[in-house]
Design a binder for this molecule. Sequence first.
Ligand code: GAL
Length: 833
Amino acid sequence: MDNRACKSLILRSISFSLLIAFLFLSTSCKTTTSLNDEDFNNDWLFLKGNVSDAKQFGFNDSEWRKVDLPHDWAIEGPFSIENNARTGGLPVHGTGWYRKHFQISKENSDKIISVEFDGAMNNAHVWVNGHFAGNRPYGYIGFEFDITPFIKFGEQNVIAVRLSPKDLSARWYPGAGIYRNVRIKTNYKLHIPQWGTKITTQNVSKSHAKINFTTSVCNKFKTQQSAELETSIVNSDGEIVSTITSEIILQANTTGYVDQLIDIENPKIWDIKHPNLYKSLSKISIQGKIIDSYESEFGVRTIKFTTENGFQLNGKTVKLQGVCMHHDLGPLGAAVNYRATERQMQIMKSMGVNALRTSHNPPSPELLQICDKLGIVVIVEAFDEWKLGKVINGYNKYFDEWHEKDLRDMIKRDRNHPSVIMWSIGNEILEQSRKDGWKIAKELTEICHEEDSTRPTTAGFNYYPAPFTNQLAKYVDIVGMNYWPLNYQEILDANPNMIVYGSETSSQTSSRGVYHFPIEANEQHQTNQVSSYDGTVGPPWAYAPDVEFEQQEKVTRSLGEFMWTGFDYLGEPTPYGGKDNSTNGYWNTDWPSRSSYFAPVDLCGFPKDRYYLYQSQWTTKPMVHVLPHWNWEGKEGDTIPVYSYTNCDEVELFVNGKSFGKKIKGVDLTPIPAEFHFFPKGMYQSKYRLSWDVPYQAGTLKVVAYKNGKIEAEKTIHTAGKAYQIKLIPDRKTISADGKDLSFITVRVEDKDGNLCPKANDLVKFSIEGKGEIVAVGNGDATSTKAYQAKKRNAFNGLCLLIVKSTTIAGEITINAESDQLITNEISISTKK
Ligand code: GAL
């Protein structure tokens, strides 16, 4: 907190609750934006390598590569076992320099110039014209430096950024580079600083809500200033619904805080089904001239956590159907992209997800903006390590010096998001096992409470009962347990006032479209692929999703669960690798496995069968799914286990029109091989899956789902013939001509009749013409070491993905896909301003 801060003197406040004007605000990719912010992402120069003097103004960078930000140098590869499979086998280490030449006009020489990074991976050091502006070690945190003293107004300036990420700074793929957005700000000396609004709501009812604004105003003049702060609330139609104006006086060189209370009538409440949002517009003027204008997005909602009714959003209990997610965007790496993030969360929502845990670090601002928009509640997590490290170059090295600032900044940045419901102070922190571990938990919780009194703190504990005996659990408001579903009740019985949930659950693994017979627990198939029968394959603490479903149903007081993980991510290729813990290279033992198998959705966003298992538990719109595929040439007459997932009452299975009978959900159980640290080795009886043993015969596999005796959903799979053609299916046919928007094109290898060939691995080559470019390809195979930034890709079990980006010129994009043995496909998509 600014130690020069003082409370500003509010002379007079006038408020208008009537609709007084229409105002149309441009959509922006930030939830707080100032009139004086400018995109600073384009035309950087980049060099991978350690060069002396690159911070100096006159350094010769003429040979450096031109890049636009956000940029992740590591995703370009190449994959190598030398880079360590644990972090994705990609070069996340080394020194990277970024330089940008820029001008600030002479007219702005009385302004404050600052540069804001949403995050840089990692250990950022920043110089302007050879002067050191500041550094920030933690790659996930946003930061800003005042660079006014170093600027040459009306002349060339150079900003130089040095990043020096090291291998094994994380247990997953962290990316490398200036991988989040950057802005330059030209502020009047009196202005609203970074993260300058704090918006909370009170007395929320259908007819009324009171909105509290605390706005920071920074006076960098050498004299006292009088000004006016006008705060307006703007609804989603762009109408101003309420305004308040306060006259303020600020002493020289101080930051003051202005409290304003604004009423809104008939507020549109933010909730999961209707994520209604408002914007506040804060304007500072001196003698009638507006000198700063600052937008913040917020929502009107109440949250409550109770021992009896769990998590309550606007007074109603919501069971958390959550996922944990790492921050990478698959083939695009860690470089933030709004559309790629939005697509991930839309896919999660379609599976029934209503909650997200940003494991194990502060997310991009875009992710929270998207969760606000889609109606997904979020636990924002700060750290994976405190003082005790888990990897050789982890955050523990910086914890002492930086944790307070990092934690406070995380909260300041994210506190206005209606989606954010808890602050997590750590994941599986090793201090759980220390007698004095509670001291840090207490300190961190107190910091969170100081910054935000409206949200509880939490942590994900994986030891039991250590965090209880060592009291860490006492120093968080809500207790998250990682992988202890059978102990929720015991914990609650022993601690009746505690509120508990599954902060990390299941850790089941599988590969899309892969099936191994017989179904086994913890099989280690030599192909490095995991069977999609989901028979408890994973690390020793893993268990089938079904076990968690059952416990969540039984222990109604649990807030819900956060399954590990929503999307597959780069790095941590469990269950391959990681068997011998003796050296830092131990994750390489099963190379080329280089990305995770944990999720119900692969690295490209294609659903695995498990996606439908979650959907059957988490959604109500009638659905039914059947597995495996029906191409078992050579196994004619052999018994094939067939599973079906549904949210209806019962399912009937047909093979080539012949019924194999109806199975009733919850009554007909499916035995799943279990090897879970709580169970003796054996069979777990799942009431969430229906199954049949069927003699294989090529043709048609069909499931029909009934609710109250009525057919509600059906799914049919045909034995596919020979691979014949390519089919391109874009997720959106029209995208924005902004040089950032993406079309994700599913590439299917099909037979003559349009059936997916479930074993096809043909190499598909792409070409593109018009107003777009190919930015990445992928196929969801966790063992592929082929480059993502390429124009060709093999299908993996019938599918691959092509990602196309718009240019800033509107027009058509034509995409062509061909393969030696297949009929070519060509499609067009349009880009619009
Ligand atoms: C947890 C950990 C996660 C991930 C997961 C894999 O213990 O918190 O980050 O490693 O295990 O099962």
